[in-house]
Design a binder for this molecule. Structure first.
Ligand SMILES: NC(=O)c1ccc[n+]([C@@H]2O[C@H](COP(=O)([O-])OP(=O)(O)OC[C@H]3O[C@@H](n4cnc5c(N)ncnc54)[C@H](OP(=O)(O)O)[C@@H]3O)[C@@H](O)[C@H]2O)c1
Length: 307
């Protein structure tokens, strides 16, 4: 079953509405997940250097014999690689691992720079409390400028950001030569991110919803009574309801699974929620964020670049 749903980026490029997430996909499982997903019709893959499985994702791509111009491949610059003179090398490492000549989208993973531990890949130096040491010399504008060069060099077709606030995005827009094509943020009914979606809509920036199924967080979005009720009344699964809600709000969604039956379930091209069900879903008032600097690294919220 091929998905024909796609969003158009401001460059005119098309990004398939449903992509495969690869975070926490074990190396020995992810290669298979990529192959299965490709056979099912997935043409959008979300990767990152810090997932430490890009080699195997690339192996999956090779085995699929994928037509490169028919797939949309995203990867991300990790927090230890923000220094402008490291950006191109980080992108090259990803390209080599994914066995690709170019990316469709390269994202700044966080508005946050760590001092690198030179002895290990994607690892930050740690302070006495075991928290990452922040790199006070890195700036959003400096890192972005280095990412703009990647577009000029043909290493990536688009650049964008993740985990930004509207205020950080405004700051970036005021100094950028190349506008971000995509903002990738945590979005599900417990974290609807309306302000960001509205802002991006106004500025011609596409939004991708990560953790669209609520990730592995508690309380479980998939178990929410409203999600369950809509799933029951439409005869679909909670995951399908969550993904339809995301796509119908104009965001692409990148659910992660390594199981064939779930990969198939998550790639349902035919299902649409009625306006009444959309409204019901949007009325969910529980709020939770599962990917947060405080939980991930024990850092204060103001550790993020904010000026
Ligand atoms: N930019 C960022 O900072 C950032 C942060 C987080 C995530 N992401 C990206 O977004 C992707 C998705 O987010 P995520 O991995 O956090 O969470 P998610 O896709 O919301 O949820 C994944 C979890 O749901 C399970 N699952 C998948 N399909 C299911 C189904 N149909 N029914 C029931 N359970 C199902 C998966 O288990 P199984 O694998 O066992 O099926 C896994 O435990 C990531 O993989 C990554 O590519 C980006």
């Amino acid at each position: 079953m091929a998905s024909h749903r796609a969003f158009t980026l401001y460059t005119g490029a098309r990004m398939p509405a449903v992509g495969l997430g690869t975070w926490r996909s074990e190396p020995h499982q992810v290669e298979n997940a990529v192959k299965t997903a490709y056979d099912l019709g997935y043409r959008h893959f979300d990767c990152a250097m810090v997932y430490e499985n890009e080699d195997e994702v690339g192996e999956g791509f090779t085995q699929c014999h994928l037509a490169r111009d028919k797939v949309f491949i995203t990867s991300k610059l990790w927090n230890t690689e923000h220094q402008p003179d490291r950006v191109a090398e980080a992108c090259d490492t990803t390209l080599k691992a994914l066995k690709c000549q170019y990316l469709d989208l390269y994202l700044m993973h966080w508005p946050l720079a760590f001092v690198k531990d030179p002895s290990k890949p994607v690892t930050s130096a740690k302070d006495a409390n075991g928290h990452p040491v922040l790199d006070s010399k890195a700036t959003l504008a400096g890192t972005w400028k280095a990412m703009e060069k990647l577009v000029e060099q043909g290493k990536t077709r688009h650049i964008g950001v993740c985990n930004f606030t509207v205020s950080q995005l405004k700051q970036l827009l005021s100094s950028s030569k190349i506008k971000p094509a995509v903002v990738q943020n945590e979005i599900h009914p417990y974290c609807p991110n309306e302000e960001m979606i509205e802002f991006c809509d106004h500025h011609g920036i596409h939004v991708t919803a990560y953790s669209p199924l609520g990730s592995m967080g508690e309380p479980r979005v998939r178990d929410d009574p409203v999600v369950q009720e809509v799933a029951k009344s439409t005869g679909r699964t909670p995951a399908q309801v969550l993904l339809a809600w995301g796509v119908q709000r104009g965001t692409s969604v990148i659910p992660k699974s390594v199981h064939a039956e779930r990969l198939k379930e998550n790639f349902d091209d035919t299902f649409m929620l009625s306006q009444a069900d959309m409204d019901k879903m949007s009325s969910i008032s529980t709020r939770a964020r599962f990917c947060d600097v405080r939980d991930l690294w024990g850092l204060p919220k103001n550790a993020l670049f904010d000026n």
